[in-house]
Ligand binder design. Sequence first.
Ligand code: FAD
Length: 327
Amino acid sequence: MITEKYDLLIIGAGLCGLAVGKGLTRSSVNFKIVEKSQAFGGRASTRRLFGQPIDHGAQYFTISNPKFLDWIEELEEEDIVRPWVNRLHIWNGQKFYLEDKPLTRYICPEGMTVMSKKLASVLPVSRELKITKASFKNNLWHLSTNELREIYADKIICTAPLPQSLELFENYLEESQKEKLKNIIYDACLCGIFVYPLALKPFWKGIFWNNGNIISWLANDSSKRDEPTNTVLIAHCKPDFSRQYFETAENKVLNLILEELSQAIPELDGKPQEMQLKKWLYAQPQNLLGQSYLKVNENLYLTGDWCLNPRMEGAFLTGLNLAEQIF
Ligand SMILES: Cc1cc2nc3c(=O)[nH]c(=O)nc-3n(C[C@H](O)[C@H](O)[C@H](O)COP(=O)(O)OP(=O)(O)OC[C@H]3O[C@@H](n4cnc5c(N)ncnc54)[C@H](O)[C@@H]3O)c2cc1C
């Protein structure tokens, strides 16, 4: 059994957890970040299909805060991040049109996960290490993991989606704290990935699907890539549909999505070369906390995009600000 001891353990290497780490790099705090998945980035992550990166979670990001802008400018210099589009399309059930107000949306040509990889490259992170149990004894956190590895820590910052944080720490919350969290619920999101030959060339990059029964968003993911090998479309489903069909056979769900797509865009009617489904159980938090973190006690902080702003920018800033405030 390996045992390790840290001043601070950060649970989750999504943008929020990694931003906490970024905020601590110049401090003397001895910290570690643990991530249960093999990949960095959490809900802003990427899979590869036929060698091509595909964003199946977060699709693009916008910038409103100067601290976030500073970091994005660094990433732009390295061509990790690029502006993607200023005006997206809207489908109103009858026609496609461009949104009125321009707003620059940014993407990563190599996939969203690259932003998190970049942050993680200078931080102490262990991947595929899941915290399975937490207990506080003798003024110290004692954490069990999925490996023969035990971790001790003085403090914990947990950035997992709230239901997963509560699985570990609910017993340590006072009733008044539980009360504050009780209205924060998550929408699920089913994400259809459809691969076509490159000969299919959509005229749009992304569409807000405003009037469908199933779909809420459609992206031409290949328009983010320098040398796409295929035309890959990403369809996100509405929360009600996603909840109702979460456990339904994947092929059935994919065919339902395709049917709604091809009613609006007949070129998509032919069978795609490949279809895959990604299921996000905790996709988007509703009814946020309204403050950047919940301090459960001196030794435990819960945070993430469910606190103030459920977007990539919000997750990053929440983590960065928490690091500045508590150390
Ligand atoms: C389908 C979808 C579309 C979206 N579209 C956009 C968009 O277009 N633009 C935008 O800005 N935002 C978008 N978002 C939201 C954005 O992705 C999130 O707000 C942001 O990525 C959340 O970051 P986070 O670090 O707070 O949480 P997460 O990314 O969820 O990170 C938490 C991490 O904790 C890890 N973890 C959980 N439990 C444990 C444990 N026990 N042990 C170890 N690790 C653990 C998880 O594996 C995960 O990596 C979208 C999200 C989804 C799901």
